[in-house]
Design a protein around this ligand. Sequence first.
Ligand code: NAD
Length: 296
Amino acid sequence: MAKIAFIGLGNMGQPMATCLVKAGHDVVVFDLVESAMQALEAAGAKAAPSAAAAAEGAEYVISMLPAGQHVERLYLGPDGLLARLPTGSVVVDSSTIDAMTARKVGAEAQAQGITFVDAPVSGGIGGAKAGTLTFIVGGAESAFEQVKSVLEPMARHVFHAGDLGAGQVAKACNNMLLAVLMAGTTEALALGVKNGLDPAVLSNIMQQSSGGNWVLNGYNPWPGVMPGAPASNDYQGGFQVDLMLKDLGLATDMATASHAAMPMGALARNLYALHAQRGHGKQDFSSLQFFFTSAE
Ligand code: NAD
Protein backbone atom coordinates (compact mmCIF):
# COMPACT_ATOMS: atom_id res chain seq x y z
CA MET A 1 0.00 0.00 0.00
CA ALA A 2 1.23 3.48 -0.83
CA LYS A 3 1.83 6.57 1.27
CA ILE A 4 -0.31 9.29 -0.35
CA ALA A 5 -0.65 13.02 0.37
CA PHE A 6 -4.04 14.34 -0.78
CA ILE A 7 -4.39 18.13 -1.09
CA GLY A 8 -7.82 19.76 -1.58
CA LEU A 9 -10.84 18.19 0.09
CA GLY A 10 -13.79 19.94 -1.52
CA ASN A 11 -16.85 18.37 -3.15
CA MET A 12 -14.65 16.05 -5.21
CA GLY A 13 -11.45 15.68 -3.16
CA GLN A 14 -13.21 14.55 0.00
CA PRO A 15 -14.92 11.46 -1.49
CA MET A 16 -11.88 10.70 -3.69
CA ALA A 17 -9.50 10.65 -0.71
CA THR A 18 -12.02 8.52 1.19
CA CYS A 19 -11.87 5.89 -1.60
CA LEU A 20 -8.08 5.75 -1.20
CA VAL A 21 -8.39 5.27 2.57
CA LYS A 22 -10.95 2.50 2.02
CA ALA A 23 -8.55 0.80 -0.41
CA GLY A 24 -6.04 0.55 2.47
CA HIS A 25 -3.62 3.32 1.45
CA ASP A 26 -1.84 5.40 4.08
CA VAL A 27 -3.40 8.82 3.36
CA VAL A 28 -2.36 12.19 4.83
CA VAL A 29 -4.66 15.08 3.89
CA PHE A 30 -4.56 18.86 3.83
CA ASP A 31 -7.13 21.55 2.97
CA LEU A 32 -7.03 25.27 3.71
CA VAL A 33 -10.43 24.83 5.36
CA GLU A 34 -9.80 22.89 8.55
CA SER A 35 -13.33 21.50 8.82
CA ALA A 36 -12.93 19.82 5.41
CA MET A 37 -10.35 17.48 6.99
CA GLN A 38 -12.62 16.19 9.77
CA ALA A 39 -14.59 13.73 7.62
CA LEU A 40 -11.33 12.28 6.33
CA GLU A 41 -9.90 11.92 9.81
CA ALA A 42 -13.09 10.08 10.79
CA ALA A 43 -12.61 7.79 7.78
CA GLY A 44 -9.05 6.93 8.89
CA ALA A 45 -6.79 9.49 7.21
CA LYS A 46 -4.30 11.72 9.05
CA ALA A 47 -4.72 15.50 8.85
CA ALA A 48 -1.61 17.66 8.34
CA PRO A 49 -1.13 21.32 9.32
CA SER A 50 0.15 22.30 5.84
CA ALA A 51 0.52 20.90 2.32
CA ALA A 52 4.28 20.59 2.91
CA ALA A 53 3.70 18.58 6.09
CA ALA A 54 1.22 16.31 4.29
CA ALA A 55 3.74 15.67 1.51
CA GLU A 56 6.60 14.77 3.86
CA GLY A 57 7.58 11.15 3.22
CA ALA A 58 4.77 10.65 0.67
CA GLU A 59 5.37 8.49 -2.40
CA TYR A 60 2.44 10.12 -4.22
CA VAL A 61 0.94 13.61 -4.00
CA ILE A 62 -2.58 14.01 -5.42
CA SER A 63 -4.18 17.46 -5.70
CA MET A 64 -7.82 18.39 -6.37
CA LEU A 65 -7.98 22.20 -6.39
CA PRO A 66 -10.34 24.71 -8.01
CA ALA A 67 -8.23 26.31 -10.78
CA GLY A 68 -4.80 26.80 -12.41
CA GLN A 69 -3.59 29.52 -10.05
CA HIS A 70 -4.17 27.28 -7.01
CA VAL A 71 -2.21 24.43 -8.61
CA GLU A 72 0.66 26.72 -9.63
CA ARG A 73 0.86 28.17 -6.12
CA LEU A 74 0.80 24.73 -4.46
CA TYR A 75 3.68 23.34 -6.52
CA LEU A 76 5.73 26.36 -7.65
CA GLY A 77 4.83 29.13 -5.19
CA PRO A 78 6.74 30.21 -2.10
CA ASP A 79 7.15 27.06 -0.03
CA GLY A 80 5.96 25.13 -3.14
CA LEU A 81 5.95 21.34 -2.99
CA LEU A 82 8.25 20.69 -5.97
CA ALA A 83 11.18 22.25 -4.12
CA ARG A 84 10.59 19.89 -1.18
CA LEU A 85 9.68 16.55 -2.74
CA PRO A 86 12.51 14.04 -3.14
CA THR A 87 13.56 12.73 -6.55
CA GLY A 88 11.40 9.81 -7.59
CA SER A 89 8.18 11.22 -6.04
CA VAL A 90 5.03 11.04 -8.15
CA VAL A 91 2.59 13.94 -8.47
CA VAL A 92 -0.95 13.65 -9.87
CA ASP A 93 -2.97 16.82 -10.36
CA SER A 94 -6.64 15.96 -10.87
CA SER A 95 -7.96 19.54 -10.85
CA THR A 96 -9.55 20.81 -14.07
CA ILE A 97 -7.15 23.56 -15.14
CA ASP A 98 -5.60 25.03 -18.30
CA ALA A 99 -3.17 22.79 -20.17
CA MET A 100 -0.47 25.50 -20.13
CA THR A 101 -0.25 25.51 -16.32
CA ALA A 102 -0.22 21.70 -16.28
CA ARG A 103 2.70 21.71 -18.76
CA LYS A 104 4.56 24.40 -16.79
CA VAL A 105 4.29 22.53 -13.48
CA GLY A 106 5.05 19.22 -15.24
CA ALA A 107 8.21 20.58 -16.89
CA GLU A 108 9.47 21.94 -13.56
CA ALA A 109 8.74 18.60 -11.89
CA GLN A 110 10.59 16.74 -14.63
CA ALA A 111 13.61 19.03 -14.18
CA GLN A 112 13.73 17.93 -10.53
CA GLY A 113 13.38 14.21 -11.22
CA ILE A 114 9.74 14.15 -10.09
CA THR A 115 7.07 12.37 -12.15
CA PHE A 116 4.06 14.57 -12.91
CA VAL A 117 0.79 13.84 -14.70
CA ASP A 118 -2.30 15.94 -15.27
CA ALA A 119 -5.28 13.69 -14.55
CA PRO A 120 -8.59 15.58 -14.59
CA VAL A 121 -11.70 13.54 -13.95
CA SER A 122 -15.19 13.12 -15.32
CA GLY A 123 -18.12 11.62 -13.43
CA GLY A 124 -19.02 14.30 -10.89
CA ILE A 125 -19.62 14.03 -7.19
CA GLY A 126 -21.66 10.83 -7.65
CA GLY A 127 -18.74 9.19 -9.44
CA ALA A 128 -16.29 10.43 -6.79
CA LYS A 129 -18.40 8.90 -4.00
CA ALA A 130 -18.89 5.61 -5.83
CA GLY A 131 -15.24 5.36 -6.93
CA THR A 132 -16.32 5.26 -10.59
CA LEU A 133 -14.64 8.37 -12.00
CA THR A 134 -13.06 8.52 -15.44
CA PHE A 135 -9.44 9.75 -15.17
CA ILE A 136 -7.99 11.38 -18.29
CA VAL A 137 -4.23 11.29 -17.91
CA GLY A 138 -1.64 13.43 -19.69
CA GLY A 139 2.05 12.53 -19.37
CA ALA A 140 4.71 10.10 -20.53
CA GLU A 141 3.71 6.45 -21.05
CA SER A 142 5.99 5.44 -18.15
CA ALA A 143 4.33 8.03 -15.88
CA PHE A 144 0.90 6.72 -16.87
CA GLU A 145 1.95 3.19 -15.90
CA GLN A 146 3.24 4.52 -12.55
CA VAL A 147 -0.01 6.28 -11.58
CA LYS A 148 -2.61 3.85 -12.95
CA SER A 149 -2.81 1.53 -9.97
CA VAL A 150 -3.04 4.34 -7.39
CA LEU A 151 -5.96 5.91 -9.30
CA GLU A 152 -7.88 2.65 -9.63
CA PRO A 153 -9.72 2.74 -6.24
CA MET A 154 -11.31 6.03 -7.39
CA ALA A 155 -11.95 5.01 -11.00
CA ARG A 156 -13.98 2.99 -13.44
CA HIS A 157 -11.81 4.09 -16.38
CA VAL A 158 -8.24 5.40 -16.50
CA PHE A 159 -7.38 6.74 -19.98
CA HIS A 160 -4.02 7.88 -21.31
CA ALA A 161 -4.82 10.92 -23.50
CA GLY A 162 -1.23 11.71 -24.59
CA ASP A 163 1.69 13.84 -23.40
CA LEU A 164 1.70 16.37 -20.55
CA GLY A 165 -1.38 18.63 -20.77
CA ALA A 166 -3.30 16.20 -23.01
CA GLY A 167 -5.56 15.20 -20.12
CA GLN A 168 -6.64 18.82 -19.69
CA VAL A 169 -7.17 19.27 -23.44
CA ALA A 170 -9.41 16.16 -23.59
CA LYS A 171 -11.29 17.25 -20.47
CA ALA A 172 -11.99 20.72 -21.93
CA CYS A 173 -13.27 19.15 -25.19
CA ASN A 174 -15.50 16.76 -23.25
CA ASN A 175 -17.02 19.43 -21.02
CA MET A 176 -17.58 21.77 -23.97
CA LEU A 177 -19.55 18.96 -25.67
CA LEU A 178 -21.43 18.23 -22.44
CA ALA A 179 -22.45 21.92 -22.13
CA VAL A 180 -23.73 21.87 -25.72
CA LEU A 181 -25.66 18.61 -25.11
CA MET A 182 -27.23 20.04 -21.95
CA ALA A 183 -28.19 23.29 -23.70
CA GLY A 184 -29.76 21.40 -26.63
CA THR A 185 -31.61 18.99 -24.36
CA THR A 186 -33.11 21.73 -22.15
CA GLU A 187 -34.18 23.60 -25.30
CA ALA A 188 -35.84 20.52 -26.84
CA LEU A 189 -37.70 19.66 -23.63
CA ALA A 190 -39.01 23.21 -23.24
CA LEU A 191 -40.16 23.22 -26.89
CA GLY A 192 -42.04 19.93 -26.44
CA VAL A 193 -43.71 21.02 -23.20
CA LYS A 194 -44.77 24.36 -24.73
CA ASN A 195 -46.44 22.31 -27.43
CA GLY A 196 -48.39 20.09 -25.06
CA LEU A 197 -46.09 17.14 -24.43
CA ASP A 198 -45.36 15.50 -21.08
CA PRO A 199 -41.60 16.00 -20.38
CA ALA A 200 -41.22 12.39 -19.18
CA VAL A 201 -42.90 10.98 -22.30
CA LEU A 202 -40.83 13.22 -24.58
CA SER A 203 -37.62 12.34 -22.70
CA ASN A 204 -38.32 8.63 -23.14
CA ILE A 205 -39.01 9.04 -26.87
CA MET A 206 -35.86 11.11 -27.51
CA GLN A 207 -33.74 8.79 -25.35
CA GLN A 208 -34.65 5.88 -27.66
CA SER A 209 -34.40 7.99 -30.83
CA SER A 210 -31.67 9.78 -32.76
CA GLY A 211 -31.61 12.66 -30.22
CA GLY A 212 -30.57 10.29 -27.41
CA ASN A 213 -27.54 11.46 -25.40
CA TRP A 214 -25.75 11.24 -22.01
CA VAL A 215 -27.94 13.97 -20.48
CA LEU A 216 -31.18 12.13 -21.33
CA ASN A 217 -29.71 8.80 -20.20
CA GLY A 218 -28.79 9.79 -16.67
CA TYR A 219 -29.05 13.52 -15.95
CA ASN A 220 -32.47 14.66 -17.13
CA PRO A 221 -32.77 18.46 -16.55
CA TRP A 222 -36.58 18.54 -16.13
CA PRO A 223 -37.61 18.31 -12.44
CA GLY A 224 -39.30 15.05 -11.53
CA VAL A 225 -38.48 13.12 -14.70
CA MET A 226 -35.49 11.28 -13.21
CA PRO A 227 -35.66 10.83 -9.39
CA GLY A 228 -31.88 10.63 -8.80
CA ALA A 229 -30.92 13.60 -10.99
CA PRO A 230 -30.04 17.04 -9.49
CA ALA A 231 -33.09 18.50 -11.32
CA SER A 232 -35.30 16.44 -8.97
CA ASN A 233 -33.35 17.71 -5.95
CA ASP A 234 -33.83 21.46 -6.51
CA TYR A 235 -30.70 21.42 -8.73
CA GLN A 236 -28.42 20.70 -5.75
CA GLY A 237 -25.58 18.20 -5.34
CA GLY A 238 -24.23 18.07 -8.89
CA PHE A 239 -21.82 20.08 -11.05
CA GLN A 240 -22.15 23.82 -10.44
CA VAL A 241 -22.95 26.31 -13.21
CA ASP A 242 -19.90 28.36 -12.09
CA LEU A 243 -17.59 25.35 -12.60
CA MET A 244 -19.08 24.63 -16.04
CA LEU A 245 -18.57 28.28 -16.90
CA LYS A 246 -14.92 28.00 -15.80
CA ASP A 247 -14.47 24.92 -18.04
CA LEU A 248 -16.10 26.67 -21.01
CA GLY A 249 -13.63 29.51 -20.40
CA LEU A 250 -10.77 26.98 -20.62
CA ALA A 251 -12.18 25.63 -23.92
CA THR A 252 -12.58 29.21 -25.24
CA ASP A 253 -8.95 30.06 -24.38
CA MET A 254 -7.80 26.84 -26.05
CA ALA A 255 -9.82 27.63 -29.19
CA THR A 256 -8.42 31.17 -29.32
CA ALA A 257 -4.82 30.01 -28.90
CA SER A 258 -5.14 27.28 -31.55
CA HIS A 259 -7.26 29.36 -34.00
CA ALA A 260 -10.01 26.72 -33.77
CA ALA A 261 -13.63 27.58 -34.58
CA MET A 262 -15.94 26.84 -31.64
CA PRO A 263 -19.38 28.29 -32.47
CA MET A 264 -21.49 25.85 -30.44
CA GLY A 265 -19.16 26.06 -27.43
CA ALA A 266 -19.20 29.87 -27.61
CA LEU A 267 -22.99 29.89 -27.64
CA ALA A 268 -23.11 27.49 -24.70
CA ARG A 269 -20.59 29.64 -22.78
CA ASN A 270 -22.74 32.73 -23.31
CA LEU A 271 -25.90 30.89 -22.21
CA TYR A 272 -24.16 29.73 -19.03
CA ALA A 273 -22.72 33.21 -18.39
CA LEU A 274 -26.20 34.78 -18.60
CA HIS A 275 -27.61 31.99 -16.47
CA ALA A 276 -24.94 32.59 -13.78
CA GLN A 277 -25.61 36.35 -13.91
CA ARG A 278 -29.26 35.61 -13.16
CA GLY A 279 -28.23 34.03 -9.85
CA HIS A 280 -27.89 30.33 -10.74
CA GLY A 281 -24.11 30.04 -10.37
CA LYS A 282 -24.20 27.70 -7.37
CA GLN A 283 -26.90 25.40 -8.80
CA ASP A 284 -26.30 22.29 -10.85
CA PHE A 285 -25.60 22.96 -14.54
CA SER A 286 -28.85 21.23 -15.59
CA SER A 287 -30.66 24.27 -14.08
CA LEU A 288 -30.08 25.81 -17.52
CA GLN A 289 -33.62 24.42 -17.97
CA PHE A 290 -34.84 27.65 -16.27
CA PHE A 291 -33.37 29.62 -19.13
CA PHE A 292 -36.11 28.24 -21.38
CA THR A 293 -38.96 28.01 -18.88
CA SER A 294 -38.68 30.81 -16.29
CA ALA A 295 -40.62 33.31 -18.41
CA GLU A 296 -43.74 31.09 -18.19
P1 NAD B 1 -14.34 22.71 -4.34
O1 NAD B 1 -14.30 24.19 -4.46
O2 NAD B 1 -15.50 22.04 -3.68
O3 NAD B 1 -13.00 22.18 -3.58
C1 NAD B 1 -11.73 22.74 -3.72
C2 NAD B 1 -11.02 22.60 -2.37
O4 NAD B 1 -9.66 23.00 -2.51
C3 NAD B 1 -11.62 23.46 -1.25
O5 NAD B 1 -11.94 22.65 -0.14
C4 NAD B 1 -10.50 24.48 -0.93
O6 NAD B 1 -10.47 24.85 0.42
C5 NAD B 1 -9.28 23.66 -1.31
N1 NAD B 1 -8.07 24.46 -1.59
C6 NAD B 1 -7.92 25.52 -2.40
N2 NAD B 1 -6.63 25.91 -2.42
C7 NAD B 1 -5.95 25.08 -1.60
C8 NAD B 1 -4.59 24.95 -1.19
N3 NAD B 1 -3.65 25.79 -1.65
N4 NAD B 1 -4.26 23.98 -0.34
C9 NAD B 1 -5.20 23.11 0.13
N5 NAD B 1 -6.51 23.18 -0.22
C10 NAD B 1 -6.87 24.15 -1.06
O7 NAD B 1 -14.17 22.15 -5.84
P2 NAD B 1 -14.54 20.68 -6.38
O8 NAD B 1 -15.95 20.66 -6.83
O9 NAD B 1 -14.02 19.67 -5.44
O10 NAD B 1 -13.66 20.68 -7.73
C11 NAD B 1 -12.25 20.54 -7.70
C12 NAD B 1 -11.77 20.44 -9.14
O11 NAD B 1 -12.39 19.33 -9.79
C13 NAD B 1 -12.13 21.68 -9.98
O12 NAD B 1 -11.07 21.97 -10.84
C14 NAD B 1 -13.38 21.23 -10.75
O13 NAD B 1 -13.53 21.93 -11.98
C15 NAD B 1 -13.08 19.76 -10.95
N6 NAD B 1 -14.26 18.90 -11.15
C16 NAD B 1 -15.38 19.09 -10.40
C17 NAD B 1 -16.46 18.24 -10.59
C18 NAD B 1 -17.72 18.42 -9.78
O14 NAD B 1 -18.75 17.77 -10.14
N7 NAD B 1 -17.72 19.19 -8.71
C19 NAD B 1 -16.40 17.23 -11.56
C20 NAD B 1 -15.23 17.04 -12.27
C21 NAD B 1 -14.16 17.89 -12.06
